[in-house]
Design a protein. Structure first.
Length: 266
């Protein structure tokens, strides 16, 4: 099995640089925010963090391709870094501390590109999570000061905690009925949103989470961390990995039930 530890160390260096850039502008009164064509916000900090990561990757891994939310794809080849400079921009621009930089390395393989390294860094929360294929998933302040992650062993929906982002997306896609049925079956629901539910699934604090519409950069890092923690990460169609345009993550034991509910329609 390939050893991705050098790539993981690089991802941490990239995350350190991004953290410094994003925290410096968090809650800044003069923060510049624009609206993209898809009507989502982008701040100057999003752009600056992605530019910083791209610049370091071009020096450290010049043969690797890069895909980022703000500046698209650059380069070709079997290795591709996928970047979301600020996952949770709406939180960031309102001063809510739940946002993170997501960095993943994907490699070409059977079934297309698959994530092999992932780092999720949430500096306003003082938290970071990471994983490399075959090496497990961890959380901590550094590679040398870390705790291994493992999903929960909860085996009944009535005992499970389910996290999501919002109701509107489920209704727009004709999946609200199944979503609401699921919320009635589980023990607890919370709308933590963005990267955080996936990290809590990996930690075993949450058992199920799902979102009806996502981009690759929203999912790639989350997917490898959840799976290396022993969980399951698929699209709502059950396809493994971050390629379905939506996501369902769980401790694995409850995954089929999660998909059954979320695929119910009016």
């Amino acid at each position: 099995m390939p050893d991705y530890r050098d790539d993981l160390r690089l991802a941490h260096v990239l995350a350190d640089a991004a953290d410094a850039a994003t925290t410096a502008r968090f809650k800044a009164l003069d923060l510049k925010v624009e609206t993209k064509p898809d009507m989502t916000p982008v701040s100057e900090a999003d752009k600056a963090a992605e530019e910083l990561i791209r610049g370091q990757l071009q020096r450290a891994r010049p043969r690797d391709a890069i895909l980022g939310e703000e500046y698209g794809v650059e380069g070709t080849g079997p290795r591709r870094w996928v970047i979301d400079p600020i996952d949770g921009t709406k939180n960031y621009v309102r001063g809510v501390p739940v946002w993170a930089t997501l960095i993943s390395l994907m490699e070409a393989g059977e079934g297309g590109y698959q994530p092999v390294v992932g780092v999720v860094s949430a500096p306003a929360l003082g938290r970071r999570w990471w994983a490399a294929k075959g090496h497990g998933a961890f959380t901590g302040r550094s590679l040398s000061a870390a705790t291994r992650l493992h999903v929960s062993a909860v085996s009944r929906l009535s005992d499970a905690s389910f996290a999501y982002s919002s109701l509107s997306g489920w209704e727009e896609r004709g999946r609200l009925r199944g979503f609401l049925d699921l919320t009635r079956e589980v023990w607890r629901t919370r709308a933590y949103g963005d990267f955080w539910p996936y990290m809590m699934v990996a930690e075993g604090a949450v058992d199920l989470c799902a979102e009806p519409e996502l981009s690759l950069w929203d999912m790639a890092a989350n997917a490898i961390i959840v799976t290396e923690a022993g969980g399951t990460f698929t699209g709502l169609d059950g396809r493994p990995g971050p390629h379905s345009g939506n996501a369902a993550a769980s401790n694995g034991v409850l995954h089929d039930q999660l998909l059954d509910y979320l695929n119910e329609r009016y």
